[in-house]
Design a binder for this molecule. Structure first.
Ligand code: ADP
Ligand code: MG
Length: 913
């Protein structure tokens, strides 16, 4: 028999070989899989199952690309002209500053990209394998050639597989072939020259199972897969571009043209007035560099990256960067119920079987508790409760889950909590799952899918003359297929009136918020080897119902309230029963205008688009919703102008997740398909984390607006100064080099801390931002204009005054700049949260030191830099500044005083906090 090594790694036409042949070549076993020792051996031989793409652009290239901005062209050319004029210091400083700017940009961009890439990698996919004869879930990276992998709908295919067992298996291979229609798979061997897209007996890494199940043997992993071959030729890139950054780009381009026009005009007018051309060149360059907010792009990147990090800390992983800003504008959150709004810790509390009601005691996933009938414990050994027994048996056998005892002796769920609750109640009656499965082995099954709302399994019957199908699912799905039912004596009776069951039983349980499942069975001939949807379309025997509680998550109640204050509607979209859903909605405070309006899937199906638009505005609960209907709901909400965040976990939720403005998938539960379609992933599956992400999204946007509100007035003030002075042929109060210092050094030191600003107390007390609102809103524009004018008066006034009193032009310029920065510090304090943080600290509230740290460091750094700027002789030489004496310093601080009422005033017209 061939061993591993050469034969495995050699390329093979696995699709043209018999499955048995492939399994033999790969030295595996379809039933038992590989042994642990064999896995270890192959892991060290083949490495991890990870795609390694071609490395992205080399660092040096990314660095050079930092200079690829119109503004930097201007600077580089300006430097060149200065050099031609033999003004070497000037040229050197201009080039030096552009270099520093590029370094800062490069470092920040790399950091942001790194952070985002790291998040994406933190999301690992898992695969179900058979090893050592046992089924287990492992991270996909640990797969080796020869592993036996089980696929089920919703899975991402983790490696290239040769399929040897399929069951209605359909795979979406669009990532590989571009063909969006899923391919139906089979196992037969094919001709060697079959093209990739037609190799129906293979499942390729990176494609998605959209339907059915199958099993296959891993024939290639990592870069040896077909996907790996493609990705080797693709560059790995992390895009930092979002709608907002694109808006910024557009904005700066427009600005640039205006500036260039103005600069040209200044140049011409000045020459006309008899100024020398080097003087006018200086003025034009100063104007151009003064008007452009050089520090802004860096701040945008940092702010976004920090937002992404903060969200990750609060269990929301951003998969697509634009979601960071969209989140802040969300107006509606549509959430799943089970597991997201509720704990997903089910406990069966009521059973209805054979016309009798039973109560169940005990909580959680431990088998302590009893089943009570008329207050008396039920003993299945002595008492005669055949319908109850059958109902419990169905629950024990018709399942894909089990309970496992972990090291500290607690029981934990492997699989679906709903199913585990049902297993536990059978345990309470004294039955063990493993024993019963041995007595009546499972032959085949249809796993649960939201679309069908039921699952079924086929078992050997104990009489060995027949086989038995057990089914469980939603009340409607099961009862509509039943023709007979068991009575208390275990005899068959015609099926009761469905409405009667619904009214009497379901409502009693569901009104308390219980999730109700129905159970049924069907006896079939011994020859039957598989179970299909048609087999259980009718003729079932109804066994009973089980109702289980699933308490709301306590933190969700507060999160829902927070959303409401923030003007965000919360809607529940669930596959569960309408009565159950309504009860839970009431418990978590979902009502709108004092009531919980609920619609179910049937009603939705009958509505036309305008009726639906009305329903989605007023309804808060949408129950028994089929996955396809989710898409309609999103579209209806969007047609009303809403920005929709929507959760989803199933295969069929993907279209709705894509359509939603923010598609949210679950990191814990949920399928790979849903995850791939999503913009954001919740690591704890918790609704409260969505609310947290919205809060952070709003903070990101707010901090960006603060940065704009902070940076632009300085550009405004500078350019007004230069424009006016140049046009009136006066000495420039500020030189182009000094402008560069202010815009690139001073602005960065003072603005980057804004990205770290903690969220304001009021961030969730305001309505969502209007998505159509311009980046530069009217009030923000007014604020910028007001502060710009102040800054102009400051620079111009200080310069002219010093020039006329002290007379030295260098001192005049230096003092004008220092006065500007002093006013700037006050202004920064007025828009930052520092004062609020300090106030909270004084009031004894818990504040994190991080909250104020960045801002304090930024301001201290600024002060230090400004002192160096004027007191150090090297700087005097480079930037034509002059050292100031104490009296002059104090004069520079004076303008900070009128800044206080101005800041107060602009904060009133345009609140930033
Ligand atoms: P949700 O997750 O929104 O509560 P689902 O689509 O998962 O809703 O479930 C819809 C209905 O299907 C449930 O109300 C329940 O009756 C039934 N159901 C849920 N899980 C299972 C399961 N594992 N097996 C059989 N039926 C189930
Ligand atoms: Mg569910």
């Amino acid at each position: 028999m061939p061993t591993t090594g050469t034969s495995i790694s050699a390329p093979q036409n696995y699709h043209s070989q018999w499955t048995t042949e492939v399994i033999q070549v790969l030295n595996s076993d379809p039933e038992r899989g590989l042994s642990s020792t064999e896995v270890d051996k192959r892991q060290s031989e083949f490495g991890k199952n990870e795609l390694k793409g071609k490395p992205g652009k080399p660092a040096w290239l990314r660095f050079v690309l930092q200079f690829n901005q119109a503004l930097l062209y201007i600077l580089l050319i300006a430097g060149l002209i200065k050099a031609l004029l033999l003004q070497w210091t000037n040229a050197g400083v201009i080039w030096g500053v552009t270099l520093i700017n590029a370094i800062i940009g490069f470092v920040q961009e790399s950091k942001a990209e790194g952070a985002i890439a790291a998040l994406a990698q933190a999301v690992t996919t898992e695969a179900t394998v058979i090893r050592n004869g046992q089924k287990s879930r492992i991270p996909s990276q640990e797969l080796v050639p020869g592993d036996i992998v089980l696929l089920t709908s919703g899975d991402k295919v983790p490696a290239d597989l040769r399929l040897f067992n399929v069951r209605n298996l359909q795979v979406d291979e669009s990532a590989l072939t571009g063909e969006s229609v899923p391919v139906e798979k089979s196992t037969a061997d094919l001709r060697p020259d079959t093209p990739l897209a037609e190799r129906v007996n293979m499942a390729y890494a990176g494609s998605f199972v959209t339907f059915g199940q199958g099993s296959g043997i891993v024939v290639a992993i990592a870069n040896a897969t077909e996907m790996g071959r493609i990705s080797q030729s693709l560059e790995q890139t992390t895009s930092l571009s979002t709608p907002l950054t694109r808006k910024f780009d557009k904005f700066s381009h427009q600005l640039l043209y205006i500036i260039l026009g103005l600069a040209a005009m200044t140049f011409a007018v000045g020459l006309g007035k008899g100024q020398t051309w080097p003087a006018m060149f200086e003025a034009s360059v100063a104007l151009a560099v003064s008007a452009i907010p050089e520090g802004l792009p860096a701040v945008v990147t940092v702010t976004m990256a920090i937002g992404v990090n903060r969200m990750a800390k609060r269990h929301a992983i951003i998969r697509k960067l634009p979601a960071v800003e969209t989140l802040g504008g969300a107006t509606v959150i549509c959430s799943d119920k089970t597991g997201t709004l509720t704990e997903n810790q089910m406990t069966v509390q009521g059973i209805y079987a054979g016309g009798q009601h039973f109560q169940v005691t005990g909580t959680g996933y431990n088998p302590q508790g009893e089943i009570l009938f008329e207050q008396q414990p039920v003993d299945l050994q002595t008492g005669y409760f055949p319908a109850l027994a059958d109902c419990l048996m169905a629950g024990l056998l018709c399942t894909d889950s089990h309970l496992a005892k972990n090291s500290n002796g607690n029981w934990s769920v492997v699989g679906d909590p709903t199913e585990c609750a049902i297993i536990i109640v059978a345990n309470k009656a004294g039955w063990s799952q493993s024993e019963m499965t041995k007595l009546t082995p499972r032959i085949d099954g249809i796993p649960f899918e939201s679309e069908f709302q039921y699952m079924a399994t086929l078992h050997d019957n104990r009489d060995s003359e027949s086989r038995i199908i057990y089914v469980k699912g939603s009340v409607e799905a099961i009862t509509s297929r039943c023709e007979q039912m068991l009575n208390a004596e275990g005899e068959l009776e015609p099926m009761a009136d469905l409405e009667l069951i619904e009214q009497r039983v379901v409502t009693i349980l569901a009104k308390q918020g219980m999730r109700v499942l129905a159970f049924g069975k069907k006896i079939v001939s011994h020859g039957q080897n598989s179970v299909d949807h048609e087999d259980i379309a009718s003729g079932l025997i109804f066994l009973g119902l089980q109702g289980m509680i699933d308490p709301p998550r306590p933190e969700v109640i507060a999160a829902v309230r927070a959303c409401k204050t923030a003007g965000i509607q919360v809607k529940m979209i669930t596959g569960d029963h309408i009565t159950t859903a309504k009860a839970i909605a009431q418990q978590i405070g979902l009502e709108k205008d004092g009531q919980v309006q609920a619609f179910d899937g049937k009603q939705i199906a009958q509505m036309d688009n305008s009726q639906l638009a009305h329903a989605v505005e007023h309804g808060v609960v949408f129950a028994r919703v089929a996955p396809e209907q989710k898409l309609r709901l999103v579209e209806a909400l969007q047609s009303q102008g809403e920005i929709v965040a929507m959760t989803g976990d199933g295969v069929n939720d993907a279209p709705a997740l894509r359509q939603a403005d923010i598609g949210i998938a679950m990191g814990g539960a949920g399928t790979d398909v849903a995850r791939e379609a999503s913009d954001m992933l919740l690591t704890d599956d918790n609704f409260a984390s969505i609310e947290a992400a919205v809060e952070e999204g709003r903070t990101v946007y707010q901090n960006l607006q603060k940065a704009i509100a902070f940076i632009l007035p300085v550009n405004g003030g500078e350019s007004m100064t230069i424009l006016i002075s140049a046009l009136f042929a006066r000495d420039l109060p500020i030189l182009s080099l000094q402008v560069l210092w202010l815009n690139m050094v001073n602005s960065v030191a003072m603005t980057v801390p804004l990205a770290f600003e903690p969220k304001s107390d009021r961030v969730m007390k305001r309505p969502p931002r209007n998505p159509k609102e311009q980046l530069l809103s009217r009030t923000l524009f007014q604020r910028i204009a007001a502060v710009s004018i102040f800054n102009w008066i400051l620079i111009f006034g200080m310069f002219e005054w010093v020039r006329q009193t002290i007379g030295d032009i260098n001192i005049a310029r230096t003092m004008a700049i220092q006065a500007l920065v002093a006013g700037r510090i006050v202004y920064l304090l007025s828009i930052s949260q520092l004062a609020n943080v300090a106030a909270r600290k004084i009031q004894g509230q818990a504040v994190s030191i991080n909250d104020g740290r960045a801002m304090s460091v930024g301001i201290l750094g600024t002060v230090l830099l400004q002192i160096i700027f004027s007191q150090w002789d090297v700087m005097n030489l480079l930037f034509k500044t002059a050292p100031l004496n104490l009296q002059q310093w104090l004069i520079c601080l004076l303008p900070a005083i009128p800044m206080i009422p101005l800041a107060w005033f602009v904060n009133r017209i345009d609140p930033t906090n």
